[in-house]
Design a binder for this molecule. Sequence first.
Ligand code: ADP
Ligand code: ZN
Length: 616
Amino acid sequence: MARSFYISFATIIITCLGAFAIFIWHIEHRLPNVSYSEFVNSLEQNEIRKIHLRGNEVIFVDQHNRRLASFIPDIAAFMAELDASRIEMSAEPRPLALWQLIVTFLAAGFTLMIMAIAWGQPRSQRQEESTSEFARDKVVRLAPGEREVTFRDVAGIPEAKEELQEIIDFLKNPKLFSRLGASSPKGILLQGAPGTGKTLLARAIAGEAQVPFYSISGSDFVEMFVGVGASRVRDLFKEAKKNSPCIIFIDEIDAVGAHRSLGSGVGGQDERGQTLNALLVEMDGFSRYDTTIVLAATNRPDILDPALRRPGRFDRQITIHPPDLKGRLKILAVHATLVELARDVDLAEIARKTPGFTGAELANLVNEAALIAARNDKDGIYESDFHAAIERIMMGAERKGMVINADERRTMAYHEAGHAILARLLPNTDPIQKISIIPRGKAMGHTQQQQLTDRYTYNKEYLLNWITILLAGRAAEKIALTQQTSGAEDDLLRATQIATKMVCQWGMDDQIGPLAYSRAEEGFLGGESQMVFSEFTAREIDKTVRRLVTECNKIAHATLQSHRSFLKHLAETLLQTETLDSEELEIIFECSRTKKLSEDGTNTPLCESSSCLAAG
Ligand code: ADP
Ligand code: ZN
């Protein structure tokens, strides 16, 4: 910056001096002026030897050889009077006036100055200046009062922490490693679904080792101008090496490190390729004594360029999975220390209710619960606030204001009752947690089941029952109200998907056999590679899927037919109460059972009124 200031300052001085010089020169060379009448007089007296016209100005030489000047008001009239043959005469057009000269000069001077500023420095240097500012910006500095992130803040992923402990030891004491000739680790790739704590982990390493932390996102490198990304990479590494030992963290490395054959649009591809190459060159350029460690995170490891994983680059990969039950409890405990919990909160229970939640989602859950508690003016966060938050996150906010007509509500009640009854009656299913006909997010009503443990695999019976439960909503509408509505769209879609996977992916149908016709979309690993199969097989698969779903549908219908009073009782109660929990469901179940028995005339009614929630 200082440099361009000097350049512009110097140009201003030179321009002003130049303008002044022109001014002086002009004054110095001004001829002695005479009046027009004096000039005409001399002309008539034949005292003039030479005339030179310059626009309206006349410069003449008199008989004493003096050069004089005058001004002619009307050139045309003057020329008509003049006998040009007698006097030697020449002419030229009107020159620039003094002020015009100076303005032109100044304009040229300022233009030059601007060009000097813009082009005064060599091109590469110009770029470097802006990018090194860029690199310096990327150091994560703590705000005043902010605490460094350490391993204590990272919970529930002990394996990843263990693997990274070695990196911390190295950063803390690089000599210990080099003493025995071991070369340091260079690049570590953290892969896992979004929100599993990759960024957190990287920051914790820097915090534990007490080293500078350069954080950058892959998309920061990719700019409109080709070459900027690459020079930013070089610059970042240069800056980091100056401050080593340190950590460079590249989030979303897939933005630059995607497989080079996976083009995305024109131009962008070239830029990404250059940036990736620069990154590889920098990493290869590490000497064995360098103590800069590059951590990168991605949730699409499948699309990364294989060149990134070569030895000396990101040769260490750590996969971070969403936490299990114990992990979730630990993460909840970490985040619960930041808020005011009421006594009745059992974090283990909440961990049980949140299978599949990532660390980020659990952090969000705690925050959401705190917001709900605050909105209700509570002195702490209660278990009920957590439940409300879980529902809100899983299903969207309740749409209490939504107007639903009576017919639709009745259909919803029977539909949800159908799901609930099958879930209650079929063996090997998850217990029901809540039934509701209050619209939430996209869903109209919902029946919530609770997984007792984290599920990693599903058995065939469980899956078939799942399909049956999904189909029971539509079945209940048909049986009780003799109608079908579009509300079952989602159920049908999911039932079909499960059946298709059972046949094509999990080899669960005996006729098709234990063959996998398509690969699972393995969680975050994505990637759908289809296996080729014949048209005949395709038809067989279609037939089998249809058979599975139809069989489940038959079971749903039959079960509901034989429990019509349970269905009616449950649906009518739902219409009155809108939501039911598992205990209330049990009571209604018992009521309808005893009633049915008494109707069959085999037993005395156990349930008269007190425990029954509504008329059956
Ligand atoms: P990623 O980089 O994998 O997308 P982040 O590291 O940005 O995920 O996680 C976002 C937030 O979620 C973190 O700031 C933290 O509050 C919370 N979080 C995620 N994983 C954990 C964990 N294992 N322990 C504690 N908090 C976590
Ligand atoms: Zn449904």
